[in-house]
Design a protein around this ligand. Structure first.
Ligand SMILES: Cc1cc2nc3c(=O)[nH]c(=O)nc-3n(C[C@H](O)[C@H](O)[C@H](O)COP(=O)(O)O)c2cc1C
Length: 177
């Protein structure tokens, strides 16, 4: 069975830069003989973590929403790519909610690698500092999950004008994961 890579996009905007980057990634993963699955959290009903800590004992969240399906998809994958637009110099709120809701699988994530793709309108690469640092710290909390890399795409307002070197960086990630 070939390796399975799950791409989770957290951009609410369809036809935007994140969607284009995820399209390129998905295509390259498939070209390299691996399985690609794509989810957009905006298609699902995912509530924020309530901080009740029940999952620390039971291993399951008490909330009955779509996060159960997302967690199952994550645990069934070999690698997970998290894709987020930069919103106010941080990851999207959707991505933060998603990461918080993975609390039940901290220590039993299932997937071995995780990667991060982010896009913003600013030209300055420092716009990614907070989001990239937050993602790295998150991976440390997952214990056994390795950082499979990151692709940060500045000046990405127009999905048709994403520079070729950034598209190539996404393809490289797809090959190397
Ligand atoms: C609420 C909001 C906040 C944003 N904040 C930033 C920001 O702090 N820095 C930046 O460079 N771009 C910011 N942007 C622009 C997006 O990061 C950029 O357009 C990105 O490409 C969006 O991804 P999408 O094309 O998939 O929607 C913001 C956009 C929105 C909607």
């Amino acid at each position: 069975m070939s390796e399975k890579i799950l791409i989770i996009s957290t951009s609410p905007r369809r036809g935007g830069s994140m969607e284009r980057l995820c399209d390129v990634l998905e295509e390259e993963i498939r070209k390299n003989g691996k399985q690609a699955e794509r989810l957009n959290v905006n298609d699902w009903n995912i509530h924020p973590c309530t901080g009740c800590d029940s999952c620390r004992e039971s291993g399951e969240c008490i909330q009955q929403d779509d996060m159960k399906v997302i967690l199952e998809a994550m645990q069934a994958a070999d690698a997970v790519v998290f894709a987020s637009p930069i919103y106010f110099y941080n990851m999207s709120g959707q991505m933060k909610v998603l990461l918080d809701r993975t609390y039940p699988i901290c220590g039993c994530a299932g997937f071995q690698k995780a990667a991060f793709i982010a896009a913003c309108s600013d030209q300055d690469i420092r716009a990614f500092d907070t989001a990239a640092a937050g993602f790295e710290e998150y991976l440390c909390c997952l214990d056994e999950v390795k950082n499979g890399g990151e692709v940060l795409v500045p000046a990405a307002c127009d999905c048709k004008k994403i520079p070729e070197d950034k598209l190539e960086a996404v393809r490289r990630l797809g090959r190397e994961l």
